[in-house]
Design a protein around this ligand. Structure first.
Ligand code: SF4
Length: 387
């Protein structure tokens, strides 16, 4: 069971599933491994968990030789034993498309997902180029991955367990349901650079549902070019590709079908400007994309009027920030609080420059207290699942 908010879908249980594991060569502890790839990884929560598994590694290439990564066969088959429908965060402690993982292992993960149509598997990655390579090779021109995938199903332990439990041959229906309708593929997006790099590749990757996890949100992000009904057609036509290819996904014209937004939690969390979250909410609403506001994270917004009640004259966990991302202001008597327009750093174009930014006050009160209301509303939308 997990309490991760976006796994709590009606009629399903929220679960995490971590078949990719890492054995620490020094301690023998079995945990997980990953490598940080972009600013969103800076305070990776999974990395902080590893000490509990006696696997005190950093999620960094320099520590890769301290662990032996492997596909844990016991964990692999767990979903087959979960009878009630579940919404499952796949590889919540790592990234399924980390370059250390062999394609044969990923085949087996996909084989299990194919064997469990009662569950919905949420695959979230920052390595969408690797995912694209993998997903387009399944069922592609040479069918190489599909062969591997079939081998994993026919010869693997998952197949045996499935057969023992149901008496059915799983490979019979595999071809009919490809790409898997119960696997949602998403990319993490923390800023505009990540959006620009990852979303176009996601749109070009076969998946039943494509989504964004904009968390931790570290700056303003414009996703309008990739959402709404027209995007899929325009993207593929502009790329000169065969639009029929989208038929593979069973969900051809939706582009991005779901957007999760959240701030960062934990001790060193970076604050999220409320206007960044509001903007994504409004972009999604305009395009008809389901919007899920997961959390504020450790920092919550506070209005100027609330400040005298909530804080003393000098208050350390209090910050001022502008929508361009600059953070400052430790005390109530700071020059910024009383004259934010004079705050020089928020004019990136120079003294005469961009005054279009907006200012907000945020305070560090912890994830639970910060809650998950955006302008007083809890946003809990999921994509519509096509049968
Ligand atoms: S990709 Fe995910 S699991 Fe890997 S280091 Fe980054 S945040 Fe952590």
């Amino acid at each position: 069971m997990t309490k991760i908010e976006w796994t709590q879908r009606e009629g399903t249980k929220g679960k995490t599933w971590n078949p990719m594991r890492a054995r620490n060569k020094k301690t023998g502890g079995v945990g997980h491994f990953c490598e940080k790839v972009s600013p969103g990884c800076k305070n990776c929560y999974a990395e902080t968990f590893q000490k509990r598994f006696k696997n005190p590694v950093r999620y960094a290439a320099q520590d890769a030789d301290q662990v032996e990564v492997f596909l844990d066969q016991k964990k692999l088959v767990q979903p087959i034993g979960w009878k009630k429908p579940a919404t499952i965060f796949v590889c919540s402690q790592t990234d399924l498309f980390l370059h250390h993982y062999k394609n044969e292992w990923i085949d087996q993960v996909f084989a299990v997902m194919a064997l469990c149509p009662q569950h919905t598997f949420i695959v979230l990655t920052k390595r969408i180029k690797t995912a694209h390579q993998y997903m387009t090779s399944i069922g592609g021109v040479d069918d190489v991955r599909l062969d591997g995938f079939r081998d994993a199903m026919v010869e693997g332990m998952a197949q045996k367990i499935y057969h023992d439990r149901t008496g059915e041959d799983p490979s019979m229906w595999l071809a009919v349901h490809f790409p898997l309708p119960n696997v949602w593929l998403g990319v993490s997006v923390e800023d505009q650079a990540a959006a620009d790099q990852r979303i176009p590749v996601l749109l070009d990757t076969p998946a039943a549902v494509r989504f964004l996890s904009v968390e931790p949100l570290l700056g303003p992000v414009n996703i309008e070019p990739w959402i709404g009904e027209a995007i899929c057609a325009s993207t593929y036509q502009a790329a000169g590709e065969n639009f029929d290819r989208c038929d593979m996904t069973g969900n051809p014209c939706d582009g991005i079908s779901w957007c999760i937004v959240g701030g960062e939690s934990g001790h060193n969390a970076r604050p999220m400007h409320p206007d960044w979250a509001r903007s994504l909410r409004d972009q999604c609403k305009a395009a008809g994309v389901p919007f899920f506001f997961k959390q504020w994270g450790a920092w919550a917004p506070v209005t100027e009027e609330e400040i005298p009640d909530k804080f003393g004259p000098v208050c350390d966990p209090f910050r001022t920030m502008c929508s361009n991302g600059f953070i400052g202001g430790l005390s109530l008597d700071s020059a910024f609080l009383h004259a934010p327009h004079r705050w020089p750093q928020c004019f990136p174009q120079g003294a005469d420059g961009d005054a279009s930014c907006t200012h907000a006050y945020v305070h560090h009160i912890g994830k639970k207290a910060a809650g998950r209301l955006l302008d007083g509303v809890e946003h809990n939308e999921w994509p519509e699942v096509k049968s």
